[in-house]
Design a protein around this ligand. Structure first.
Ligand code: ATP
Ligand code: MG
Length: 650
């Protein structure tokens, strides 16, 4: 970006919180004032939601920036906070996890049962030689053992590194080696689209390349035959036979809890390191505040995979620290049918749903009649995370899932931030479709221009964080210099998030996509998000991805890849006509500067395994280059599909 981002999309709709929800909300507008008056006192108060074995001496040590220490001198055990203390408080019979397997098998696990499982797994890890500070890689499907394994690591002070179960041998082995993991926890396989999908062969190959691995702990999920090595031990022959009690030792507030590699949308994955006390404080607080969690009555469901940070912070640590009852689902949203998510919501009377824009747009594409078949009246709060949510998708979510009154909380955060940073509060904030609204209490986010000056309302630029926050990353594993270069060097004394954003006329924050994706057209910086949102607002469009391709006259020109909605006729002239209509539609919504030079109608878009659009590959297509690194792509066949079936128009 040369200066600031254009502010093209205007949105005037606003939605007040429902009166009853506002009247009973966990957090009110006072929280903003309280945190503004004394940020550290505010976080100190939030830390008291946890049970500490030893109190801290100092809330924040920022004497050596950007290396932060929160709750200095304090000690706690994360697993104790997520499990034991709820049992000790008499809630042992409360369901922690309603697990739903893809083939239809289910398990309900109470807090007392979770305590036994985590204690058994902790005893087994100790027996396998794992001690505090060791690294353990976890490569599992979405089965309860995944949460148990993470909590067992936390319990014994081992640092876990969860690798998404869909990743390849190379992705797994490079992550194992980067962290020198001593143990790998995996399964024979999991269920994916109605079939068993093996995991163990990938682990066998990855472990063969990774000398640090001493033992591989294998959960039996599918029962399919697996090859066996002398490093392998079965979960059911060890964990399930181990003693069911285990005394949890407290660890320092800055003890390393986990390493998680970012999804790699833009570059080589970075091993983001999170620690103990500050991380649990902010995940627990935000889960309580942003979802207005009432642990006694709510049924919460986050549809993310535990391989992503959302699964870490909002399936495992935040909800369990708060004693929530939640759903955990193993499979895909279209197996065995496209109503699976809504069937689960209906059956378990889910009250809080947290999902991603890619899923909402997919559901839109599948049709309104599918959610309409189920009773979704239990839902009272809807969350979104992962990408900017287009206003049209936001409205669809509200109308077809949230029965026109459940507040939507669009939560902006990153693997690096550990927990939510920018989001409405459901009982306080009047929301606008497509906006994450404002920083949460205790968070100082801003939008600045090239010169690090705060942009006025109506302006756009770079999203930054001005003050350290409890769940911030502490470094990139083994690479302090890359940590400094990536996040703390673009602007002095500010964390550079790498995302573009704008403030609207009321000061609400709108995320505009990654700064690497911003297009420079005839001297104007145009965000991919705004052009995509304009395209998605056309009734014939289900999804869109936009890139800037080199252009001899305008520097860069806007090239759009668009998936038509299911019923749209695009054969012959109809396709060409639609393309012209869409170009004019964008020009009308955003102004002539944003009119795409070219629109391609495509059947699919390339996405990362966490469902985010990978624009850099589309830029390769738009500029007729051979494709860059495709290893984090969800489905490598998509690029062939796009390149072979291109219907383009000028
Ligand atoms: P990598 O950093 O390796 O390229 P990644 O950024 O996709 O991967 P994550 O940490 O999972 O990895 O994603 C964080 C990013 O997702 C944010 O920086 C932002 O671009 C996007 N994002 C997340 N939530 C939102 C949201 N509510 N609105 C807009 N964008 C969001
Ligand atoms: Mg990122």
């Amino acid at each position: 970006m040369s200066e600031t981002l254009e502010n093209l999309l205007k949105e005037t709709r606003t939605f007040e919180p429902p009166a009853e929800l506002a009247a009973n909300a966990n957090v009110t507008a006072d929280a903003y004032e309280e945190a503004a008056a004394d940020r550290l006192a505010f976080w100190e108060k939030q830390a008291q939601r946890l049970d500490w074995a030893k109190p801290w001496e100092q809330v924040l040590d920022w004497s050596n920036p950007p290396f932060a220490k929160w709750f200095v001198g304090g000690e706690l055990n994360i697993a104790y906070n997520c499990v034991d203390r709820h049992v000790a408080a008499g809630k042992g019979d409360k369901v922690a996890i309603h697990w739903v397997g893809e083939p239809g098998d289910t398990r309900d696990i109470t807090y007392a049962e979770l305590l036994k499982l985590v204690s058994q797994a902790a005893n087994t890890l100790t027996e396998l030689g794992v001690t505090a500070g060791d690294r353990v890689a976890i490569y599992l499907p979405m089965i309860p053992e995944a949460a148990v394994a993470m909590l067992a690591c936390a319990r014994v002070g081992a640092t876990h590194s969860v690798v998404f179960g869909g990743f390849s041998v190379d992705a797994l082995s490079s992550r194992i080696q980067d962290a020198s993991a001593k143990v790998v926890i995996t399964a024979d396989g999991g269920y994916r689209r109605g079939k068993p999908s093996a995991l163990k062969p990938t682990v066998d190959e990855a472990v063969a390349q990774s000398p640090s691995v001493e033992k591989v702990l294998v959960v039996r999920r599918t029962g399919e035959d697996v090859a066996w090595t002398d490093k392998d031990v079965w979960w059911h022959e060890t964990v399930e036979q181990a003693a069911g009690t285990h005394e949890a030792q407290p660890f320092d507030a800055e003890h390393p809890l986990f390493i998680l590699y970012t999804s790699g949308t833009t570059a080589k994955p970075k091993g983001i390191l999170h620690t103990t006390g500050g991380y649990l404080t902010q995940t627990a607080y935000t889960h309580h505040a942003v979802f207005d969690l009432k642990p006694e009555t709510d049924v919460y469901w986050c549809t993310a995979d535990i391989g992503w940070v959302t699964g870490h912070s909002y399936i495992v640590y935040g909800p369990l620290a708060n004693g929530a009852t939640q759903i955990m689902y193993e499979g895909t949203p279209d197996t065995p049918h496209k109503g699976r998510f809504w069937e689960i919501v209906d059956q378990y009377k889910v009250t809080i749903l947290y999902t991603a824009p890619t899923l909402i747009r997919t559901m839109m594409k599948w049709g309104d009649d599918i959610p309409a078949k189920y009773d979704l009246s239990s839902l009272r709060i809807l969350g979104s995370v992962g990408e900017p949510i287009n206003p049209e998708a936001w409205m669809w979510y509200r109308e077809h899932v949230g029965h026109d009154n459940a507040p939507i909380v669009d939560t902006w955060w990153q693997t690096e931030t550990g927990a939510m940073m920018i989001s409405p509060l459901p009982g306080v904030t009047a929301t606008k479709p497509g906006s994450a609204m404002g920083p949460l209490p205790g968070i100082s986010a801003d939008v600045v221009d090239d010169q690090a000056q705060s942009v006025p309302n109506g302006g756009g630029g770079y999203l930054v964080l001005r003050e350290p926050w409890p769940s911030m990353l502490r470094t990139i594993w083994g690479d302090d210099q890359r940590f400094i270069d990536t996040y703390w060097s673009r602007f002095e004394n500010m964390y550079f998030a790498g995302d573009g954003a704008k403030k609207d006329d009321d000061g609400a924050v709108w995320l505009l996509g990654r700064v690497d994706d911003v297009m420079l057209v005839s001297g104007h910086n145009i965000s991919t998000t705004e052009v995509e949102s304009a395209l998605v607002s056309h009734p014939s469009v289900a999804e869109a991805a936009v890139v800037g391709a080199t252009d001899p006259t305008t520097g860069q020109a806007i090239v759009a890849f668009t998936i038509p909605r299911g019923t749209t006729d695009i054969s012959g002239d109809a396709g060409e006509k639609l393309i012209q209509e869409l170009r004019n539609h964008v020009a009308k919504k955003l102004g002539p500067i944003a009119k795409p030079r070219q629109i391609m109608l495509v059947p699919e878009l390339p996405k990362t395994r966490s469902g985010k659009i990978m624009r850099r590959l589309l830029r390769d297509v738009a500029e007729n280059r051979s494709l860059g690194d495709v290893t984090t792509l969800q489905d490598s066949a998509v690029m062939d599909l796009i390149s072979s079936g291109l219907q383009s128009g000028k």
